[in-house]
Design a protein. Structure first.
Length: 287
């Protein structure tokens, strides 16, 4: 048995991404940079029309124009703050007005709080994290999955994290939010199995983006979080490629990179009573 076959890092069904059509589109959230931007590129390369969603309109428009020119696909943009129910709720209607059906959904948008014990954290920022990392995933999946099941065709990629696989002190809210995304994705993967729709959770370890720089978090040793564990850092391109390939294979969970996948597999056999104190020492802010 190889690591890719060992739960929770396996589970496949005989599916592939639905073929692109003139009336169908791939919706990608958090598409202006990082994993979302690279995932949009891979989908454009495969011929999908795109609907790109993010808050930063200028960067979003520039990326859409670039992909449309390079790959000859239709690329639409929706500037929206996914933490707010009103703009988020308008997205399905906006896509319908464009004359498109969402057959591929990439729930990538997210951010992390961290670097402080929870009792010192900004309550509003913690709640905003839940709205973007959890609420938006549930809302958009609820909006587009029923039609996929009815058509018997569709694919959803929810970006979780290896942080989902254990509680993380000083990142309690983020690890809990991603644990929700992981469990949610795995459960729905099984529910729709055999209905022509696949749901995959992408759970990368550290990725070389501005994600943790925005969080402003340094762990023991003075290193930023994503660079604290040697040999585990991957690029956004690698993460995006693993996610799309996982969708094409109908996988339940994808953990890119052998070192982090092996570490997550090994960690399953370490009791929380042993693991949590060690994680707390490692993750303690460098202040």
């Amino acid at each position: 048995m190889c690591l890719a076959d060992f739960p929770p890092f396996g589970g496949t069904s005989p599916l592939s991404l639905p073929k692109p059509k003139s009336s169908s589109a791939a919706l990608v959230t958090g598409a202006s940079s990082g994993i979302g931007s690279e995932t949009a590129r891979l989908l454009a390369e495969r011929g999908y029309a795109l609907v790109l969603v993010a808050r930063r309109k200028d960067r979003l428009t520039a990326r859409a124009d670039e992909l449309a020119e390079q790959y000859g696909v239709r690329a639409e943009t929706i500037a929206a703050d996914l933490s707010k129910p009103t703009p988020r709720g308008k997205i399905p209607g906006q896509i319908e007005q464009l004359g498109l059906e969402v057959e591929v959904l990439i729930n990538n948008a997210g951010f992390a709080t961290g670097g402080e014990p929870f009792h010192k954290a900004d309550p509003e920022r913690e709640l905003e994290q839940v709205r973007v990392d959890v609420e938006a995933v549930v809302a958009l999946t609820s909006a587009f999955l029923p039609a996929m099941v009815e058509r018997g065709r569709g694919a959803i990629l929810n970006v979780a994290s290896t942080a989902a696989m254990q509680p993380i002190p000083y990142s309690a809210g983020y690890s809990a939010a991603k644990a929700y995304v992981l469990a949610f994705s795995e459960a729905i993967h099984q529910e729709v199995r055999g209905r022509g729709v696949t749901v995959t959770a992408l759970a990368p370890g550290p990725v070389d983006t501005d994600f943790w720089q925005i969080a402003g978090w340094e762990v023991q040793g003075g290193k930023s979080f994503e660079r604290a564990v040697p040999g585990t850092l991957i690029t956004p391109q690698q993460a995006a490629r693993a996610g799309i390939q996982g969708l094409e294979r109908g996988e339940r969970v994808v953990v890119p990179g052998l070192p982090i996948r092996a570490a997550m597999l090994a960690s399953r056999y370490i009791p929380h009573a042993v693991k949590l104190p060690a994680l707390e020492r490692f993750m303690r802010p460098n202040r």
